[in-house]
Design a protein around this ligand. Structure first.
Ligand code: NDP
Length: 582
């Protein structure tokens, strides 16, 4: 089958009904949102990612053997990455191409891969077309096996990148950075870890991911459950067995119905004696248009084919003269209204699909999401909805309330006790705290957390003034792109170019100028808050569970194309944007 770049989701649906129809649905969306906000006024505080004490077992790495003792490391490298996922791998490749030899990855897991190291739950796969998502395909001369790649292939690709660019040599695994402090005299970062290491690095890159720390809902009695339980990002295959045959005689429960659960539920439904899916808000589930890569198509791919695809993703959307004129004639209110109507049509299509697939009418109704398209991450799966037609699979719809109590036997909802052997938490991850985790102290000894207290301040989401030679990847004030690796690649290219600039000009430290930082903060503010979308959406991690957000505390919404243009412009005028210390 021929392959093409996918269209943006949902924006093409035609809205042809009377406005009253859309307004009524918007009212229903608002009711459903308010219901949830009233149940959980505490916002993000409903979750905990402090997995210590009785909860520490939810964060233990089940994929590697016990941490082997080693001597602390006290050396100096040129570039040090905190985290070993795609951010580090992509940027390292660009640094190697520029002749940087001394690169160290410090990683909590026992291998590279980041998200793809941790998320090994059954059915794990990526919803972005593999030919775009998997990075460095030209460089590794690799074509993914299918239109959408599965977890093991992506993890293996991460390992292949690390091998090709010789990143294992200096990497330290099963190691967590505990503090990162700038030494203004030596113009070096001092990095301490939980293994007693005291490393130095000229450049530090925060590559610790946007959704990397598992979180649990704070549910009364959670720690009293006597059965087996784990988080989806720490899948216990020793218990379930790799083919899930260990669940054959087990009653299994899963809490959460986000993108992870949507992929895990079909396998669980097929393997478990009984499966209870505890739902608070349903996901939107569209068709997953997957196919094995056509070997003839793969063979004919010219050199540099992926670079060209990536370049297309960075291009300005092309409009004809007529389209441009039509757009210009519309007021901004009318543009928003049309977009919302189209999004509602897309959601109604999702509803119709549920009616067509799910046989039990009450279950079908309960699976219908009532919120605007993209308020939550859209999901794509062909087996999730049919799983609810199985006699052994039961949807426990908590109608927005969620599970609020767990006893030693299992969850309780509306007075009913669900007795389980296994309880799986598909409750997600702490969101986009990259750059704020690791006790980062800059020039004046100020913690980055403290600097950000009055609002996040960065240049391009990558640099922050007072923290020389520090680069943040995938953090706040950067652009958002459905294909995250497009964004990370754009940032990685920029960071490698900055480091090359410093090396070639014999500069020891580069720091963002206050004016440039202020310019970017204002750019972020200018593009955010143009609509009331965040407030209108049902709570979820996209809108910080409905919490108030300062306009500067989020992504840059000016579009990926504009973001890439700013990256290029900043690089072209380095002297205007940075202070250099020789
Ligand atoms: P999410 O944060 O998206 O989902 C957490 C789920 O837990 C939600 O359904 C939430 O309900 C539910 N929940 C929380 N507390 C309770 C409770 N007390 N009772 C019942 N349900 C509860 O986490 P995921 O791990 O699913 O996904 C995280 C992200 O990871 C995705 O959005 C995506 O970015 C990425 N990902 C991508 C995949 C892909 O490419 N296909 C696959 C998997 C993950 P509510 O909605 O009401 O808040």
């Amino acid at each position: 089958m021929a392959e093409s770049i996918e269209k943006p989701i949902g924006v093409t649906a035609k809205a042809t009904r009377p406005q009253e129809f859309y307004d009524n649905i918007k009212r229903k969306f608002a009711e459903e949102r308010d219901l949830r906000l009233n149940y959980r006024p505490e916002g993000t505080a409903q979750y905990t990612s402090d997995l210590t004490g009785a909860l520490s077992r939810y964060e233990v790495d089940p994929y590697s053997s016990a941490v082997a003792p080693r001597e602390p490391i006290n050396d100096t490298v040129e570039v040090l990455f905190i985290g070993g996922g795609f951010s580090a791998l992509l940027t390292s490749a660009r640094l190697r191409e520029r002749g940087v030899e001394s690169i160290r990855i410090v990683e909590r897991g026992s291998d590279v891969g980041g998200t793809w190291y941790w998320n090994r739950y059954p059915g794990a796969a990526c919803d972005v077309v593999a030919y775009d998502y998997l990075p460095l395909l030209d460089e590794l001369d690799y074509v993914p096996k299918d239109h959408y790649a599965r977890g093991p292939e992506i993890f293996a690709h991460c390992q292949a990148i690390a091998k090709k660019y010789n990143l294992y040599e200096l990497a330290t695994f099963q190691t967590t950075v505990t503090s990162t402090e700038w030494d203004p005299v030596e113009r070096m970062w001092n990095i301490a870890t939980d293994r007693g290491d005291r490393m130095k690095a000229r450049f530090v890159i925060c590559a610790n991911g946007t959704l990397s720390k598992p979180k649990l809902a704070k549910i009364k009695g959670l720690e009293t459950f006597k059965g087996h339980s784990f988080h989806t990002s720490r899948w216990d295959y020793a218990y379930t067995k790799p083919d899930l045959s260990g669940l054959e005689d087990k009653v299994v429960g899963i809490i959460g119905t986000g993108a992870t659960a949507v992929q895990a539920v079909p396998g669980l439904g097929a393997a478990a004696k009984e499966l209870y899916v505890f739902q608070r808000t349903p996901s939107s589930i569209d068709v997953r248009d997957d196919w094995p890569t056509d070997p003839n198509w793969a063979r004919r791919l010219p050199q540099g084919w992926q670079a060209r695809r990536r370049a297309r993703a960075r291009m300005e959307p092309q409009l004809t003269e007529e389209q441009r004129a039509r757009q210009a004639a519309l007021s901004s209110e009318e543009k928003v209204r049309r977009q919302e109507n189209a999004n509602i049509e897309a959601m109604m299509k999702i509803h119709r699909r549920i009616d067509q697939i799910v046989k039990d009418k009450a279950t079908a109704e309960a699976l219908k999401p009532w919120y605007m398209l993209l308020c939550k991450r859209p999901c794509f799966h062909n087996d999730y909805l049919p799983t609810f037609n199985r006699h052994n699979v039961h949807l426990v719809d908590t109608k927005g309330k969620g599970i609020t109590e767990i006893t030693e036997k299992g969850p309780v909802f509306e007075g009913k006790q669900y007795e389980l052997d296994v309880l799986i938490y598909a409750t997600g991850f702490e969101v986009q705290k990259t750059g704020i985790y690791n006790q980062i102290k800059g020039e004046d000894g100020l913690q980055l957390n403290d600097k950000y207290r009055e609002g996040i301040r960065t240049l391009l989401g990558i640099h922050t003034q007072g923290y020389p030679n520090l680069f943040i990847m995938g953090g706040y004030q950067a652009s958002f792109q459905f294909n995250l690796t497009d964004m990370l690649q754009a940032q990685g290219d920029h960071i490698a170019a900055c480091i090359e600039y410093a090396r070639s000009h014999e500069i020891k430290a580069i720091d963002a100028k206050p004016d440039s930082e202020e310019w970017w903060v204002q750019e972020v503010i200018r593009h955010r808050g143009k609509t009331t979308r965040n407030q209108d959406c049902t709570p979820g991690y996209y809108n910080f569970e409905g919490e108030f957000q300062r306009r500067q505390d989020g992504n840059y919404n000016g579009g990926f194309f504009q973001y890439c243009r700013h990256l290029t412009d900043v690089h072209a005028r380095m002297e205007d944007h940075f202070v250099f210390i020789k």
